[in-house]
Design a binder for this molecule. Structure first.
Ligand code: NAD
Ligand code: MLT
Length: 527
């Protein structure tokens, strides 16, 4: 993929200074502006190619729509729930996070809250500061021998498990994706949530917030838990339903809660925060020097590597781009875009495109169907679709336009080949191409196979006509009259019937009208 040019980046929050330094050392101008209102951000964002945020900046669809130049949103942290990823994708903007930079810090805070719940340390400390010496009130319970249920066994869930095992806790858990045989290697026995709830003395949640995890702990699940169960949420507000938690705390069904995150941050409704059995923090999971340094450094290096064309790490919405960072894929992407552009130019029908089939062949394109599909669609939709198609957004733009895109790969061919077939109101149009000698070439257009592959570069004139001895001199005459030089010519292998021809031009013609008496169809484009 061609390196993405990022010249100016806005950092809109307190991100570790190493982020700014690394970006600047790599030639990127950086502006830091914190605590901007929504309107200030909307006004400011217009001038930047990149935006780096933590979790406080709300990168909404409105902000994204105002971001005319924006190409990358870098989240120095894990969750991207403060970024409207769909809106960014539609606009062709890459969203990137640093998923592991704060894992250890979030895991350590979770363990801190579990320990604090067992021994009431924060409440005891506050009581001491108030001048008391109350040993009875803060009677605790050992963690040794207790059962910890971990819901979400990803990066943080795993680190919490191994740490709490050192206290002699039994760790059980649930995760629909991480396999039980994997979690067994780090001492977590998996089971269904129905089996898990009644066994736990402590429950900690470490899932993303999404429809399936919103209210995972609710009135019904609290009712299945042991009386006095203690719960921790260092993941996202809402995974433990806040109203249900308050009810469970008040009834004693829940014996205590450690909360680092809230549905609304900061929470206006303070009943939970003020509850005597709740220990809460203002979203401090990642607030350590080490985590911030890692996240700041990771996001800067990921952006720099992307700009330098070294690779794409951490993209949450542009996985197709990750496999495009090699010189070979660059040529194939050029081919895909050029095939799409040739078809777009040569199809005169005004009927909207309904379906596209992209078929790649050959070993060298085995893992390319994702980006070849997107590349062809960029060529096809440029100038035609809403928005500005690129490899990030083109499939969602195609979907919005009602175009069905299918892809397939065949191993049969030794070299590499890409075939594109379009359906427009029952009619089919085709183009096929390859990369030969480091140049993308067109091999065929509709039923015309070119005698010599057509290099897909420069100014090209395509025309469809019945070949005959007079055709070429007549076309040459039109070009000469317009002061345009013919630089290359490719004719079809078959001469019977109407076939496509291609001519390389020194510059595009001012219009194609003069060709009308000579040809059935004509189109020109610059690649
Ligand atoms: P991760 O992606 O490594 O792990 C999440 C796990 O949740 C995955 O294994 C996934 O399979 C599992 N999961 C998904 N749906 C589930 C479901 N319905 N039930 C059970 N498990 C399910 O993420 P992570 O890095 O471990 O982060 C976990 C959470 O912590 C995220 O919400 C993240 O935003 C949050 N976080 C908070 C802080 C903080 O400051 N408090 C810091 C870092 C991360
Ligand atoms: C995260 O998702 O990375 C955390 O919530 C930490 C943060 O937002 O700073």
């Amino acid at each position: 993929m061609a390196p993405i040019s990022i010249k100016r980046i806005l950092i809109s929050e307190s991100v570790d200074p190493c982020c700014k330094k690394l970006l600047q050392e790599n030639g990127i101008q950086v502006t830091e502006k914190q605590n901007m209102s929504k309107d200030e951000l909307i006004a400011e964002i217009k001038d930047y190619d990149g935006l780096v945020v933590r979790s406080a900046t709300k990168v909404t669809a409105e902000v994204i729509s105002a971001a005319d130049q924006l190409q990358i949103i870098g989240r120095a942290g894990t969750g991207v729930d403060n970024v409207d990823v769909d809106a960014a994708t539609k606009k062709g903007i890459i969203v990137m996070n640093t998923p592991s930079g704060n894992t250890l810090s979030a895991a350590e805070l979770t363990c801190t809250l579990i320990m604090s719940l067992s021994r009431h340390v924060p409440q005891a400390a506050m009581s001491m500061k108030a001048g008391n010496w109350d040993r009875k009130k803060f009677m605790g319970a050992e963690l040794y021998g207790k059962t910890l249920g971990i819901v979400g066994l990803g990066r943080i869930g795993k680190e919490v498990a191994t740490r709490m095992q050192s206290f002699g806790m039994k760790t059980i858990g649930y995760d629909p994706i991480t396999p039980p045989e994997v979690t067994a290697t780090w001492g977590v026995e998996q089971m269904t949530l129905e089996q898990l709830w009644p066994q736990c003395d402590y429950i900690t949640v470490h899932t993303p917030l999404m429809p399936a995890t919103t209210g995972l702990l609710n009135d019904a699940s609290f009712a299945k838990c042991k009386k006095g169960v203690k719960v921790v949420n260092c993941a996202r507000g809402g995974i433990i339903d806040e109203a249900s938690l308050l009810r469970a705390l008040e009834s004693g069904q829940c014996g205590g809660a450690g909360l680092d995150v809230f549905v609304e941050e900061p929470p206006k409704e303070r009943s939970l925060v003020n509850h005597p059995n709740v220990i809460s923090c203002p979203h401090l999971g990642a607030s350590t020097k080490e985590a911030q340094a890692r996240c700041g450094q990771d996001i800067a290096l990921q952006i720099v590597d992307m700009v330098k064309g070294k690779g794409l790490v951490g993209a949450v919405n542009a996985q197709v781009l990750a496999s495009t960072f090699s010189p070979e894929s660059h040529l194939w992407i050029q081919l895909g875009e050029a095939l799409g552009a040739v078809l777009r130019s040569c199809i005169t029908s005004k009927t909207p495109l309904s379906a596209v089939q992209i078929t790649t062949q050959g070993d060298c394109l085995k893992s390319s169907t994702g980006y070849m599909t997107s590349a062809v669609m960029v060529g096809l939709l440029t100038d035609g679709a809403k928005g500005c198609p690129n490899l990030v957004n083109v499939l969602s733009l195609a979907k919005e336009s009602g175009i069905t895109v299918n892809k397939a790969h065949l191993q049969a061919f030794e070299g590499g080949l890409c075939e594109v077939e379009l359906s427009i109101k029952g009619s089919r149009f085709q183009a096929s191409g390859s990369v030969q000698g480091g140049v993308p070439v067109l091999l065929g257009l509709d039923s015309s196979m070119f005698h010599h592959p057509v290099p897909l570069t420069g100014n090209l004139l395509f025309f469809k006509a019945a070949g005959g001895p007079q055709l070429l001199p007549a076309v040459t005459g039109v070009l000469a009259t317009a002061g345009v030089e013919m630089q290359a010519f490719s004719g079809p292998e078959a001469r019977a019937g109407e076939q496509w021809f291609c001519v390389g031009l020194s510059s595009l013609l001012g219009g194609l009208g003069a060709l009308n008496p000579l040809v059935k169809e004509a189109a020109q484009l610059s690649l």
